[in-house]
Design a protein around this ligand. Structure first.
Ligand code: OXD
Ligand code: MN
Length: 592
């Protein structure tokens, strides 16, 4: 398949270590995919769904001990501990290699080693990167065929180069005690053992496209971010691109695929999706920041997805999709999850494959759910009705605005603009979200998640902030404007004050107008907040007083926030850039 010496050497090492019975190269062809689907059904890894209603769709169930990413078993193995920083688990690389090789040794015996050459980003794009994953799971191969671009062309583009990411995945015994997701950024290597769950085993996604790529971006002068990318088209047909970072459970996929309110649709407004989870961004020849989505599909959370909350995501799952840990409606061999519709299936199997009794379903008790709360769909991006024409173009899209956000009941206003790039980096570095009733533990606990990268930054976060500041210096006056949004302000009874979903378009329009110098704002202690008349409330059942309320910056609340940011910053020690400390001091001064 390739004469690349570095690939051949690594594969020889992997074959000697894992001892597979045979080796199969994955080539991305339809014939091979069909054959792999057949094999997966035969060995019980996949269940074939109703092919008339859901052509090319399959269901997979993971081991019940293996249903989510495992942050406590995720490691960044740099030679020096301080380079992994205070927010990552660390282990000395040689010690970790030894431990992992001992776990994986001989684990492919009696099995096939699949070798997947893949591109993150359109093949051959100057913004794309190449990886090779070996795995003993057909489920992983079939998911990688959706989430990445797999083709022999990838190897042609790579040629003799050593610039590719090594990925070893072995299911081993799915033993949670010996589960490790490890990254060796200095060696471009990822090793994942004892898991079969997507986020831990589709090594192109979080492991490569965020943890390894963030490190590469730092060394090579570009950025790998946990951001959606959308294009907002106005009635003149102009499209402005926005990249946005939110912690989980804040509606990233929904925002990426937003459908504007009717009155805006009628005027000609439209949103195009470029990506829903990851953005790779580089400075282009004209000095602006260009982004690609390195992925080729969506690995979305199923529960809560329905034709009202996210019509486009649901449409994306109607063909060639793999569902993981959702319920099976045995009446017609289709899938179901909580929030899909109100028709609780009578004859369903739950995500573990056991008969499910809808009479016992209690919304507040997750253990009675038919689908696992983190059940997923792996859907090809090409299925998405609003996928951008730019999605497959390697040049990337020019980013006008970067948006941060979180779930804050009282603190951040609906939207504000940072004063400049440096101030925007401060806003991102202090990003936080409050826990919801849906998660275990206390409600309303603030978790700081800088740039939504807390579980995904492959190096010291202080250095990551420095990298952001340096990128801003290089971009100069071509830098995207940085904003913060909060769709989740509540009244004293805990009711949301902003309708969210498609109505978020009203806020995006203000953001784009600010970038164009067309909208007004009021300067506050934290940045520029819209004047209430600048957020269009047409057709919305909301009075101006409520809007004014969610646009207010409460000095008392923000004084507490500043104190919390100070505490948060202590973690980063002397690697916290002085500019950010100065930003915090300015905030405190503005508030006093
Ligand atoms: C994801 C995540 O699955 O951020 O995208 O956890
Ligand atoms: Mn994500």
């Amino acid at each position: 398949m390739t004469n690349n010496k570095t690939i051949r050497k690594w594969l020889d090492e992997m074959t000697a270590l894992l001892q597979p019975d045979n080796v199969v190269w994955v080539d991305g062809s339809d014939e091979q995919r069909e054959e792999l689907r057949r094999l997966a059904v035969e060995c019980g890894e996949l269940f074939k769904l109703n092919q008339e209603k859901l052509p090319g769709c399959y269901l997979h169930r993971t081991n019940p001990n293996d249903v989510a990413r495992v942050e406590d078993r995720t490691f960044i193995c740099t030679s020096k501990q301080e380079d992994a920083g205070p927010t990552n688990n660390w282990c000395e690389p040689q010690e970790m290699y030894k431990k992992l090789y001992n776990i994986a040794r001989g684990s492919y015996q009696g099995r096939t080693m699949y070798v997947i050459p893949y591109s993150m980003g359109p093949i051959g794009s100057p913004l794309a990167k190449i990886g090779l994953e070996v795995t003993d799971s057909v489920y992983v191969v079939l998911n990688m065929l959706i989430m990445t671009r797999v083709s022999p062309k990838v190897l042609e583009v790579l040629g003799d180069s050593d610039d590719w990411v090594r990925g070893l995945h072995s299911r081993c015994d799915i033993d949670p005690e010996n589960r490790y997701i490890c990254h060796f950024p200095e060696d471009n290597t990822i090793i994942s053992v004892n898991s079969g769950y997507g986020g831990n085993v589709l090594l192109g996604k979080k492991c490569f496209a965020l943890r390894i790529a963030s490190y590469q971006g730092w060394k090579e002068g570009w950025m790998a971010e946990h951001m959606l990318i959308l294009g907002l088209q106005n009635p003149k047909g102009e499209v402005h691109y926005i990249a946005a970072a939110f912690p989980s459970a804040c509606g990233k996929t929904n925002l990426a695929m937003l459908i504007p309110p009717a009155y805006l649709r009628e005027k000609g407004y439209k949103v195009w999706t470029v990506g829903d989870d990851i953005a790779w961004m580089r400075i282009g020849e004209d000095g602006r920041l260009y982004a690609i989505n390195p992925e080729n599909g969506f690995f979305g959370v199923a529960p809560g997805t329905n034709e009202h909350s996210n019509f486009n995501a649901l449409e994306s799952t109607k063909k060639n999709t793999i569902f993981t840990n959702v319920a099976l409606d045995q009446n017609d061999n289709t899938v179901w999850w909580e929030g899909l519709n109100k028709n609780l299936p009578e004859n369903a199997l739950d995500w573990k494959g056991n008969p499910w009794d809808p009479a016992k379903f209690n919304k507040a008790d997750k253990s009675t759910c038919a689908a696992h709360p983190n059940s997923r769909f792996t859907a090809p991006a090409e299925n998405c009705p609003c996928i951008s024409d730019e999605f497959n173009k390697g040049a990337g899209v020019p980013i006008s605005a970067i948006v941060f956000g979180g779930r804050r009941a009282k603190c951040a206003p609906l939207v504000y603009q940072s004063r400049d790039w440096e101030n925007g980096v401060f806003v991102g570095s202090a990003m936080a979200s409050e826990t919801t009733a849906a998660a275990a533990g206390a409600v309303g606990v603030v978790r700081r998640d800088p740039m939504a990268m807390l579980p995904f930054c492959g190096y010291h976060m202080g250095d990551y902030f420095r990298h952001w500041l340096d990128m801003g210096k290089k971009l100069g006056d071509k830098a995207p404007k940085i904003f913060n949004v909060n769709w989740f302000r509540t009244d004293d009874e805990g009711n949301f004050l902003w309708p969210g979903f498609g109505d978020n378009m009203r806020v995006l329009n203000w953001i784009v107008d600010r970038c164009e110098g067309k909208a007004d704002a009021t300067e506050t202690a934290i940045g520029y907040v819209p004047k209430p008349e600048d957020i269009d409330l047409t057709d919305l059942d909301m009075d101006k007083a409520t809007l004014e309320d969610i646009l207010t910056v409460d000095t008392e609340v923000w004084t507490r926030e500043a104190a919390e940011i100070e505490e948060h910053y202590k973690k980063f020690g002397d690697r916290l850039p002085a500019e950010l400390r100065a930003q915090l001091e300015t905030l405190k001064k503005n508030l006093s």
